[in-house]
Design a protein around this ligand. Structure first.
Ligand code: SAH
Length: 219
């Protein structure tokens, strides 16, 4: 008997969580947030049937929505608490910001493409996620007006840590970002700020689109 689209989706979502667990995601809050946010609402039209496969997918403006495992992994590294204020650089589809918004008090997310920012805003509104601010701007500069942030996540790869983001990170804050050359090996790095300085951990190998300077001139 053939399965309905709905049944296929349910099986897909069950496997989705199992895959995350199998790959080592163990934080119950992160798993709950990944379960709660409907990824099919953040992918391009016609791709809903593969929304729960563990892969990155193309979105508008030549960008990508990250692989679910990497979203869960980076979220887990932030060790979010319900009172936290979070800055995300690289809104893209809005999916990562949506996951963060389920675990923190407030999420500010910045995107250099107006089109992507507007689409993400519409998705948040439709889902009733009202603790996310979408800003169009250059993430290299962060969003100083709303700083400091307890947590910062960058979802595009830079060669080095943008100084403005370090400045906007609160004391005892954690920043997670992919670092490395655009076409070469990148790693997720976690920085923890304390009175005595900055602790740095180099973690898994990844592949992200580049963090590019300035607001996009195209839409
Ligand atoms: N977090 C996204 C993944 C987006 S891919 C999601 O969940 O879908 C990375 C995004 O970073 C792209 O949309 C790209 O346009 C954006 N980006 C790249 N450089 C930027 C910059 N300097 N400031 C803001 N956004 C930037």
């Amino acid at each position: 008997m053939s399965r309905t689209v709905r049944e296929r989706e349910d099986v897909g979502r069950m496997e989705f969580l199992l895959t995350l667990r199998r790959r080592g995601i163990s934080d119950a809050g992160v798993l709950r947030a990944m379960d709660e946010v409907p990824r099919e609402r953040f992918v391009e039209e016609g791709q809903a049937d593969i929304a729960y496969a563990d892969q990155a997918l193309p979105i508008a403006c030549g960008q990508t929505i990250s692989q679910p495992y990497v979203v869960a992994y980076m979220t887990e590294l932030l060790a979010l608490r319900p009172h936290h204020r979070v800055l995300e650089v690289g809104t893209g589809s809005g999916y990562q910001a949506a996951v963060l918004s389920r675990l923190a008090r407030k999420v500010v997310t910045i995107e250099r493409y107006r089109t992507l920012a507007e689409q993400a805003r519409a998705r948040f509104r439709a889902l009733g996620y009202d603790n996310i601010d979408v800003v169009v701007g250059d993430g290299f500069a962060g969003v100083a007006e709303q700083a400091p942030y307890d947590r910062i996540m960058v979802t595009a790869a830079a060669e080095s840590v943008p100084q403005a983001l370090l400045d906007q990170l609160a004391e005892d804050g954690i920043m997670v970002l992919p670092l490395g050359p655009h076409d070469g090996p990148q790693r997720i790095v976690r920085l923890t700020k304390s009175q005595t300085g900055l602790a740095r951990e180099e973690l898994i190998a990844v592949r992200f689109v580049p963090l590019l300077p300035g607001v996009a001139r195209e839409l």
